[in-house]
Design a protein around this ligand. Structure first.
Ligand code: NAP
Length: 246
């Protein structure tokens, strides 16, 4: 996809991967607006306040962005939270509900808000964001994996439904990246800028792949196909010891 001369809204672009991607689009010559609840910390990009769990907030943000940027032609649904859950304690349901509300329903709500505009434009891109965990569970984060597997399945149907309407749909599948506290707990997390280098190479390839899977994400994305699923799941289940305090 072309990343120059676009007008891009990154919902969930106020920190981490989203902010890094926003700066890459801006550096390539695109106009970028980043959205989130905490916009005050951004001083180098245009911002819009948006809480993806709140339908009114999403509608307000949509109306504002389309009034100021009627040429908007790229929407990225980056908002996401990663919560640990102990499934032996039913109190985890609160985390499950929050996770599905932000990651899955929030993604659907933002896409719904902009799809009619993007179809009218007839030449646009939606980028959804899942995770290697959508394909290879990380047992301490059950609802997170479920939410991202849900976004993956939803993205496949969205792409099929929008085919022919001039709205292309691409799924970003990050592995662990050194943002959102990962840098403190996961030594294998990829440095953000190196990850973004690979993302931009794949995004700008012709044709753009339906899924942006950097090399470190391949073993997660394709574990089931490669016959390594059970072995990897067992290895990843070792992390449960810290969750259960063993
Ligand atoms: N880092 C990783 O290892 C990794 C791996 C795979 C996938 N991912 C995915 O990549 C995306 C970005 O993650 P990150 O690591 O960059 O985390 P991050 O720095 O915590 O960024 C999360 C973004 O989501 C926004 N957000 C959270 N709740 C929101 C809400 N209710 N309404 C609107 N925006 C909301 C935050 O903005 P505000 O706080 O301003 O609302 C922030 O901009 C997430 O979808 C995550 O699941 C990350």
């Amino acid at each position: 996809m072309n990343i120059r001369n676009r007008t891009v809204l990154i919902v969930g672009g106020t920190s981490g991967i989203g902010l890094g991607l926003a700066r890459r689009f801006a550096a390539a010559g695109s106009t970028v607006i980043v959205g989130g609840r905490n916009t005050g910390k951004i001083d180098d990009l245009e911002t819009v306040e948006i809480d993806v769990t709140d339908a009114d907030s999403v509608a307000r943000a949509r109306d504002h962005v389309l009034a100021t940027h009627p040429e908007l032609d790229v929407v990225v649904t980056m908002s996401g939270i990663m919560l640990m859950e102990d499934l032996r304690d039913p109190a985890h349901f609160a985390e499950a509900e929050t996770t599905i509300t932000v990651n899955l329903l929030g993604t659907i709500r933002v896409i719904d808000a902009f799809t009619p505009h993007l179809i009218r434009l007839g030449d646009a891109d939606i980028i959804t964001v899942t995770s290697g965990i959508a394909f290879m569970p990380f047992p301490p984060m059950p609802s997170y994996g479920a939410s991202k597997a849900g976004v993956h399945a939803y993205t496949e149907s969205l792409r099929a439904q929008l085919a022919g309407a001039g709205v292309r749909v691409t799924e970003l599948v990050p592995p662990a990246v050194a943002t959102a506290g990962q840098e403190k707990v996961n030594p294998a997390a990829l440095p953000l800028e190196g990850f973004l280098d690979e993302v931009i190479d794949l995004l700008t390839a012709t044709p753009t792949p339906n899924e942006i899977v950097v090399s470190a994400a391949n073993r997660l994305r394709w574990a089931e196909r490669d016959g390594t699923f059970a072995e990897l799941l067992e290895a990843r289940s070792q992390s449960l010891a810290s969750l259960f305090g063993q």
